[in-house]
Write a protein that binds this ligand. Structure first.
Ligand SMILES: [Cu+2]
Length: 156
């Protein structure tokens, strides 16, 4: 058995025994877009469901020096993205982070992320009661696809 996996299982068992896993929030279909040089930033996408409702307040990863929650907004005729303080997670409703919409932005990446890599991501979700829940994810990197919003354009 893979040692990292067995260590995770041991940790999970310890957490369950301690009763600290609430499983309030679940994440599915998570992926990170693979990067093409000279990119130093990319996006992470997933579906997040909070059983009781709350908000995503923080994201971090050892793979990037900066990680933010972003939204897409129209600025005049141009779609732009900007960081937001938190992302609302209505109770029992899957919130989809996807290209062209809300996403997690990973920036200042020193080591390009390529298809086949796995990126550890930590999400912090604050419940309506103010309690914070931490989700540790292992997110697969998929090949860089066509996503106009994430590409930088060079005009000559
Ligand atoms: Cu972004």
């Amino acid at each position: 058995m893979n040692t990292t996996l067995s260590r995770s299982i041991t940790l999970l068992a310890a957490l369950l025994a301690a009763g600290t896993v609430s499983a309030q929030t679940t994440v599915s279909d998570a992926w990170v877009r693979g990067m093409v040089a000279p990119q130093r930033a990319t996006g992470a996408f997933m579906k997040i469901t909070s059983a009781q409702g709350g908000k995503l307040v923080a994201v971090s990863t050892p793979a990037a020096r900066v990680a933010e929650v972003h939204e897409m907004v129209m600025q005049g005729d141009v779609m732009a993205m900007r960081a937001i303080e938190s992302l609302d997670l209505p109770a029992g409703q899957a919130v989809e982070l996807k290209p062209g919409g809300h996403h997690l932005m990973l920036m200042a990446i020193d080591q390009p992320l390529k298809a086949g890599d796995t990126v550890p991501l930590t999400l912090t979700v604050e419940g309506k009661d103010g309690k914070r829940e931490t989700l540790e994810l292992k997110v697969p990197v998929k090949a860089a696809g066509a996503a106009p919003a994430m590409k930088s354009e060079h005009k000559h």
